[in-house]
Each structure stands twice: as structure tokens, then as C-alpha cells.
Ligand binder design. Structure first.
Ligand SMILES: Cc1cc2nc3c(=O)[nH]c(=O)nc-3n(C[C@H](O)[C@H](O)[C@H](O)COP(=O)(O)O)c2cc1C
Length: 459
């Protein structure tokens, strides 16, 4: 049996994820595994057509594909994303159709589910036979249980191929609308009252309306800076070198234009409008690269108080996974995600109205310094980062540790809440079954709302 492994780490051979693949290779010696470092070698794959063709020919004669990748900003690395784009751009989908597939990532479990959802949808779109996803923590290979689970996953994958087991598609094909957005009468430009509005887009793509949508966004503001991220000098995506971890300085600093741009425009903005065209089940690889390179801020919530709106050309409502990634990206950085507008319903007047309303809301939110409670995406994400930075990542991510201390993020540990700890220690032992039956069951509902009633009354 021949399995193609797509190594989606920019680190190539020194990938943590690849060590799990190496373990599978050791445990299943009867299988031929052929590995391609698609993320590390993306430039060669893009520029050297025979090399790309050789990879595709290997897929065509293989029994299955294993996508082995690290999590990078809630999904796969930008270079892996670009490889996926090349498959469609160069018409290589037939080599993948009908092949068995599985995905294996390593991560710290921050939005690992959205990464696997993405990859599964891509495999469904390629008409592959998807067997399963496997998402261990980056250190699980070091435990006996982790290795046992990995061998089970590998065994299951190989058995499914050997027995030609049936698989089922989880994602219906995307339906795209052929439609040209024709903006109507110009909106009234709103005074921005000193708020810095920055609109970022990734340029035009065949059949996309994004440039017209972006132009309308711009017309909504008296003053706004408009940039195409295609025009920023970006040498490559994040290499995972972790040079940023100790003092938030990127290895590319001074070597390309991204970091200066990010600091001057994104980190100084009050309102950020991100606009792009959907490419497969995400935005473009260029957008992914731009987002990824912001990792010089490591895990610091650098968007506090910023208002974000997303303007998307493409079948956005059919990809709730993309919405979750964009909301999660905003929430975990403590931005306020005001909303989304898309062109997918094919009605120009509706798009005009949607853009004008969203731009108005976003500016108003900045003027009023609006915020709102975050959902599980932001709350859960921040707690996960807090625990990791306080714990095993502290030595490497020293800059985050300093930031988290300065922002008081460690004060959110429940252990730091002495009042609650005292209450738990004193009242906890009193809650015997007899006491609970007699008083607690009767009182619990009214006692729970008593402080809320007081808050309503007093404020
Ligand atoms: C730029 C960057 C972004 C990352 N994003 C995520 C993420 O969104 N979620 C997560 O759980 N881990 C994230 N990680 C952690 C890596 O996924 C993890 O360390 C992985 O094991 C690295 O695998 P590799 O050595 O195969 O590249 C990120 C790491 C880097 C450097």
C-alpha cells in the first residue's frame, strides 16, 4: 500500500508533526509512505511545474493521502493553503478523486477543530474518501497513551483503505453564484471624527466583486486608508522559527515590509475592514499569509478595543467554519467583531444596503467605544492561552508572560479569587445531603437571582 504524506509544516524535516508520521512509518513497515514537504517547498512547487506534476502523479498512483500539518492560526499553514489552491488552479483534482484521505495535526488544541473541518471540506470538494481526523496535543507522542491512540488511528486508516470501506461526505459542494455587483448611488461619507479607519483587501480575483465592494466601503467614510495586501512586500509566511517568542520581534524584521506595515496600520487602527474573496473554504492564501505573519505579537491580545468588519465575496453562508475562524481570530485578540457582509445573494441593492449599514455600525461602535461579551470562542481561547503561557510555554514565550502579567490575565485564574476560595472552603462542607434537601433546594433559585435583582434596582 502506498500512502502520500503531505507535510504541511514550514519546518520540513524538523516538524513536530512529522515525528508522529515517523512513528506511524515505524509501526506499519508494510506500507510505503512517501512524504512531500509541501509547506516548506511551496516556492519550488509553484515555480517548478515538473515538480508539481511529479507530486500529482505520485498521488494518482497512491492508495491514499495523509495530510500531516501543524495548526497555524486556526487552520493549516498559508503555504499548505497555497498548495491546496494550486490543485484546483492547475486542474489536478482528478488525481485526488476517489483516494482515501485522513488528517493528522499537532497543536495546543486552539481551534484545532476548525483546521480539521477545513481540511475535511477540502477533501470532500476533491471527492476524496475521508476516513478520519486525528488531533493530538504537540506533546502527546511523548506519552504511552498518545502513542497508543496514534497507532489506533493509523491502523484504522490503513484498514479502511485495505477493506475499501465506504465513507461519507460531510460537506455539500459549494454553490457559487455568477453575478456582477453593480453599486447604486453613492452613500453619504461619514465623518470619522479622528478615528483611524483601515480597509484591507487582497485584490481582484476572477469573477469576484470584492474591489467594487471595497470601493463602496471606502465611500462610506470621510477619511479611510485603503490597502491591497498584494502590494505589501511579504517575503514568505511565518516559518515557525519562534524568534518572536522572547521579545515580539520577527525574523523578517527589516527584510520585508510586513511588520512595519502591521505596526503602523493595523495596530494603530480603530476600525479594521478586512475584505477578500473566498478561495475554496477559506479566504486566499495571501490573506492567510498576512494573518500568520502577525504572529510576531505571539499570544498577546493586541486588538483590544478595535472594531472589525468582514466583507466577503463568495458563498460565505455555506461555510460556517470560516465564520467561526474569523470570529475566533477577532475575539481572542479582544477585538469587537461587528459583523459580516457578503455578495452571495446576488442582489446589488441588498449589498449596497448591507455594506452601508455595516460600515455605519462599525464606525459608530468605534465612536462609542462599544464592546460586548465574548462567546466561547474568545473566552475559551483566552483561558487556553493563559494556562499554556503560565505553564509549559512560559520559558519560550517570555514576551507573552510579561504581557499577561502586565494585563492582569493571570488574575483570572480561579485560584487567585480568594473570596470565592474562602466561600467554597467555609460553605462547601456545610452542604450535607440533609442540609441541601432542607434549605438549598428550596432557596437556590431565589438566592441565585438576589444579587442580580439588587444590581437592577441600584443601577
Ligand atoms: C505562527 C504559529 C501559529 C500557531 N497557531 C496555532 C493555532 O492556531 N492553534 C494551535 O493549537 N497551535 C498553534 N500553533 C502551535 C503549533 O501548531 C504547534 O506547535 C505544532 O506542534 C507545530 O508543529 P510543526 O513543528 O509540525 O510545525 C501555532 C504556532 C505558530 C508558530
Amino acid at each position: 500500500m502506498k500512502i502520500i504524506v503531505f507535510n504541511g509544516s514550514p519546518k520540513g524535516e524538523t516538524s513536530v508533526t512529522l515525528q508522529s508520521v515517523n512513528y506511524l512509518i515505524k509501526k506499519f513497515p508494510d506500507c510505503a509512505f512517501v512524504t512531500y514537504p509541501i509547506a516548506q517547498q511551496i516556492r519550488k512547487i509553484e515555480q517548478d511545474a515538473p515538480f508539481f506534476d511529479q507530486i500529482i502523479a505520485s498521488v494518482a498512483e497512491a492508495d491514499a493521502v495523509l495530510w500531516a500539518f501543524p495548526l497555524y492560526f486556526l487552520t493549516v499553514h498559508a503555504h499548505t493553503k497555497r498548495f491546496i489552491e494550486l490543485i484546483s488552479e492547475r486542474g489536478a483534482q482528478p488525481a485526488f478523486a476517489g483516494k482515501y484521505a485522513a488528517s493528522l495535526s499537532t497543536s495546543i488544541h486552539f481551534f484545532d477543530h476548525t483546521a480539521h473541518n477545513y481540511l475535511r471540506a477540502v477533501c470532500d470538494d476533491l471527492e476524496m474518501r475521508f476516513v478520519g481526523s486525528f488531533s493530538p496535543d504537540m506533546d502527546d507522542l511523548l506519552t504511552e497513551e498518545g502513542r497508543r491512540q496514534l497507532v489506533q488511528f493509523g491502523g484504522d486508516f490503513l484498514t479502511a483503505i485495505r477493506e475499501q470501506r465506504p465513507t461519507q461526505r460531510l460537506n455539500a459542494p459549494l454553490t457559487r453564484r455568477e453575478f456582477t455587483y453593480q453599486p447604486g448611488p453613492l452613500p453619504a461619507a461619514r465623518p470619522t471624527a479622528g478615528k483611524k479607519v483601515v480597509i484591507l483587501h487582497d485584490g481582484d480575483r476572477p469573477g469576484s466583486n470584492v474591489l467594487r465592494m471595497v470601493a463602496r466601503c471606502r465611500q462610506n467614510f470621510g477619511e479611510a486608508a485603503l490597502f491591497s495586501i498584494q502590494e505589501i512586500d511579504i517575503k514568505a509566511s511565518c516559518q515557525g522559527c519562534l524568534r518572536c517568542a522572547s521579545r515580539n520581534e520577527c525574523a523578517f524584521e527589516g527584510k520585508d515590509g510586513l511588520i512595519d506595515f502591521y505596526r503602523a496600520q493595523v495596530l494603530n487602527a480603530d476600525v479594521l475592514i478586512y475584505a477578500g474573496t473566498m478561495v475554496d473554504r477559506y479566504l486566499s492564501a495571501r490573506w492567510k499569509m498576512f494573518i500568520e505573519r502577525s504572529f510576531f505579537n505571539t499570544h498577546a491580545p493586541v486588538m483590544t478595543g478595535k472594531q472589525i468588519a468582514y466583507v466577503i465575496s463568495g458563498p460565505f453562508s455555506q461555510t460556517p467554519n470560516l465564520r467561526e475562524m474569523l470570529e475566533g481570530f477577532g475575539e481572542v485578540q479582544r477585538a469587537n467583531v461587528v459583523g459580516f457582509v457578503t455578495d452571495e445573494y446576488g442582489d446589488s441593492a441588498q449589498i449596497d444596503a448591507g455594506i452601508d449599514a455595516l460600515m455605519g455600525d462599525t464606525l459608530q461602535a468605534a465612536l462609542e467605544q462599544r464592546s460586548r461579551p465574548r462567546t466561547f470562542l474568545g473566552v475559551g481561547g483566552e483561558k487556553l492561552f493563559r494556562d499554556e503561557i503560565w505553564g509549559r510555554l512560559r520559558i519560550v514565550f517570555a514576551a507573552d508572560h510579561r504581557t499577561y502579567r502586565r494585563l492582569g490575565l493571570y488574575k483570572t485564574f480561579p485560584q487567585a479569587n480568594w473570596k470565592q476560595r474562602l466561600l467554597n472552603a467555609v460553605v462547601g462542607p456545610l452542604l450535607t445531603p440533609r442540609f441541601t434537601r432542607k434549605y438549598f433546594d428550596r432557596e437556590v433559585k431565589t438566592q441565585m437571582i438576589a444579587p442580580h435583582q439588587k444590581a437592577v434596582e441600584m443601577n
